[in-house]
Design a binder for this molecule. Structure first.
Ligand code: KG4
Ligand code: ZN
Length: 336
């Protein structure tokens, strides 16, 4: 079984081909390409949906060519076509979903619509034999530019929300604070770079809603905005480190509390913010202290890509799931 998946929910175009190996040997990624549009949106200070969809339309056929030739496989040899169907920007989602549906119809193969958040959520199991058989119960933190959510995972497709952000997503807070600090986009990697060697205790920034199940990061962002005009001299490294630590403290505390409450033995983290090495290290250590196994995807799989969509589609196809080509995209598609 070989799957081709398209990811066009926001401003990255992703195309990947994944093959299930025979028996219980897991899956093998034949190719994965991501085209970033950061440069195209930078001058507008944010993502412009119309530009994003036009670029998806230009990039998708190019990436399809590149992935199929590097994988040495023809489109006629693909067994199923998958695409992200939500959540995301409507005009962007429509490009990937329409192309995948067209291919499925043209080649007479199944179409599988995948929730972008499920792609992130399953990515820590990517390619593993265990992942190919079943998804072990776990508490999963999804932290990206658009979402921050803690989920109880009972198995494939069986998800219950334990809490979500009531305002900014964690990645959004990184991006907005980076902009205030005059750093580039995306802000997460920029702040992480500045934070290295900085003192995370120099500035006392708020950790909001610690006793709630939900998350809030806009107060933290506002605290940085009010603090900035008062600062003089060299503060960038210390402020970046203090801000990063405030986010990590909240994410770690709520994730561990969720895992304890749900009596699972596994914690997973995914989404763009989970590229952050300090978050990975501190969450990993907290899991160790709490007696939880900790699992995350390799950094290239944490930001938006087609491979995670292909993997979710493979697991769903194996579980007997199919989508209709008449199924519409849903910009507000819920996970749980
Ligand atoms: O998952 P993703 O690629 O896209 C969405 O689905 O939103 O996540 C992108 C987000 C951006 O906000 C970016 O700043 C953040 O992930 N990010 C990071 C790091 N790398 C990416 N945040 C903190 N530290 C990082 N190293
Ligand atoms: Zn994402």
């Amino acid at each position: 079984m070989t799957i081709l998946a398209l990811e066009t929910s926001c401003d990255e175009t992703g195309v990947a081909i994944l093959r299930r190996l025979n028996g219980d040997l897991g899956s093998h990624l034949l190719g994965s390409e991501v085209a970033s549009q950061i440069a195209a949106h930078e001058k507008y200070g944010g993502i412009v949906p119309e530009i994003a969809s036009r670029n998806h339309l230009v990039y998708t056929p190019r990436l399809l060519d590149r992935v199929t030739s590097s994988a040495k496989i023809g489109l006629s040899e693909i067994d199923a076509f998958a695409a992200t169907s939500g959540p995301g920007l409507a005009s962007s989602l429509m490009i990937g979903a329409s192309i995948a549906k067209g291919l499925a119809i043209g080649f007479g193969k199944p179409y599988v619509a995948i929730n972008h958040l499920e792609g992130h959520l399953l990515s820590p199991f990517f390619g593993s034999v265990e992942g190919n058989r079943q998804i072990r119960p776990n508490v999963s933190l999804i932290v990206s530019g658009g979402h921050t959510m803690l989920v109880r995972v009972n198995g494939l497709g069986d998800y219950k929300s334990l809490g979500r952000t009531v305002d900014d997503a964690a990645g959004e807070a990184f991006d907005k604070v980076a902009k205030m600090l005059g750093l580039g986009y995306p802000g997460g990697p920029e702040i992480e770079k500045q934070a290295r060697g900085g003192d995370p205790n120099r500035f006392d920034l708020p950790r909001s809603m610690l006793d709630s199940e939900n998350f809030s990061f806009s107060g933290l962002k506002t605290a940085v905005r009010y603090l900035l005009p008062k600062l003089k001299g060299d503060f960038l490294a210390d402020l970046s480190a203090s801000f990063q630590q405030a986010i990590i403290d909240v994410l770690v505390r709520k994730t561990i509390a969720g895992a304890q409450k749900c009596h699972v033995d596994l914690v997973t983290v995914s989404g763009g913010v989970s590229c952050n090495q300090e978050l990975r290290r501190q969450l990993g250590e907290a899991c160790g202290r709490g007696g939880f196994e900790f699992r995350t995807a390799e950094p290239w799989l944490c930001t938006d890509n087609g491979a995670m969509i292909a993997f979710a589609a493979l697991l769903r196809l194996q579980a007997g799931y199919r989508s209709e080509v008449t199924e519409e995209i849903d910009p507000n598609l819920a996970l749980a």
